[in-house]
Design a protein around this ligand. Structure first.
Ligand code: MRU
Length: 379
């Protein structure tokens, strides 16, 4: 998508084989890029959320393995890079998917071919993400088009949570891809953007990227969605996800579940947009099985923003001494999900629909689970 009118991806290869990306912790106040030169750099960028969003975390980790291979392509060094990167964030399954893809591309390969193979696979993972998200957009566009036709004039009001936009992916975004495609086709559209406490990815990132693309939007406090739905101000909810289980349960940014409950109570369709690497066929019951990241208390106790004279400052908003809890994700059970917007079409959130649409992924997971394993990814 565009930054100040220039087509931009969130991650790219520099001429000298370093990796460039956007420092998302500075947005919306400053647009700045950073360089990654090692697996350690990639791990730090993911951990500190300079890059975030499940698909972009996966792509960054893939490049992290390529950067590690450039320094040392031995089995031991690649195992170390895998261990470092996998430990950065626990909920987004795209991270493990991308790392496993990289290892599959490198194992059984002579050492002198590994660097080129690693860069090739990392680049392909990034390019595939763009194609997948464009396809998600085409399928989601049909949904928005139907609502627009039914409304016969006024804008389609979409509510979204957190940032599942192009900043969270390599390009297009997942939840935002149908929105951008509808806007580009001239369908009147307006987005309710949940601010998404505590890190405010909605207010800071989704609002910024929608603004850059000229999509009308309104930032709302997280608890506003239910009220808007009761007053018929939301036509459809579209969110992203960090992990979808074999039966269609959906992990996403904390607060997503409450939006799904409100949507169910008000008869508002609740869709989740996802690329297939976000499906984890090895888990079934999302509430019981998906690990939920808990982050540091400072995200809760402080707010960061721009002062009138342009300085970026953090202020404390919680009394000294109060205990805080910072759960980063929650799980929306499949029964609350109207449909999953994937690159292969819109699916029911069910075991049958997912396995039928992605048989190769479902089968690969069964095979993997029955493997005995030899303790290394280079067996
Ligand atoms: O903690 P974050 O900012 O990485 O969380 C991001 C989300 O919850 C997104 O909705 C999800 O990763 C899907 S991104 C296409």
């Amino acid at each position: 998508m565009k930054v100040n009118g220039t087509p931009t991806r969130t991650i790219w290869l520099e001429a000298d084989q370093g990796v460039g990306t956007i420092d998302q912790t500075l947005l919306p106040h400053r647009y700045a890029t950073i360089r990654l030169d090692s697996a350690e750099d990639a791990a730090r960028a993911i951990k500190t959320m300079q890059v975030r969003g499940a698909p972009l975390i996966g792509a960054t980790a893939a490049y992290g393995v390529a950067l590690a291979a450039r320094q040392d392509a031995s089995d031991a060094a690649l195992e170390r890079a895998y261990a470092l990167l996998i430990a950065t964030r626990p909920t987004a399954i795209n991270l493990k998917w991308a790392l496993d893809e990289m290892m599959a591309a490198l194992r059984n390969r002579p050492r002198d071919e590994r660097v080129a193979a690693a860069y090739r696979r990392a680049q392909a993972i990034a390019d595939e993400d763009v194609e997948i998200n464009a396809a998600i957009g085409r399928h989601g566009l049909a949904l928005i088009g139907e609502i627009a036709a039914r409304k016969g004039g006024g804008p389609v009001n979409v509510l979204t949570h957190c940032n599942a936009g192009w900043l969270a992916t390599v390009d297009w975004g997942t939840a935002t891809s149908p929105i951008y495609q509808a806007h580009d086709k001239g369908i009147p559209i307006h987005v309710w953007v949940d601010e998404t406490r505590p890190r405010n990815q909605g207010a800071s990132l989704t609002a910024w990227e929608l603004g850059q693309h000229g999509v009308p939007h309104t930032v709302i406090a997280d608890n506003t969605g239910g009220h808007l739905m009761q007053h018929r101000e939301v036509d459809i909810v579209i969110t992203g996800t960090d992990r979808v289980t074999a039966q269609g349960d959906v992990a996403n940014k904390i607060g997503t579940y409450l939006k799904a409950l409100a949507a169910k109570d008000n008869g508002v369709p609740f869709y989740v947009a996802l690329p297939s690497p976000t499906i984890d066929f090895s888990v079934v019951d999302g509430v019981r099985e998906i690990p939920i990241e808990q982050r540091g208390p400072e995200e809760m106790t402080t707010m960061t923003g721009r002062t009138p004279d342009g300085r970026i400052e953090s202020v404390r908003i919680v009394p000294d001494g109060s205990q805080v809890a910072n759960y980063a994700f929650d799980v929306t059970p499949a029964r609350l999900v109207t449909g999953l917007i994937t690159e292969r079409g819109i699916l029911a959130a069910s075991r049958e629909a997912l396995a039928q649409a992605f048989p190769e992924r479902a089968a690969a997971t069964v095979r993997h689970e029955s493997d005995q394993g030899c303790g290394t990814r280079f067996c």
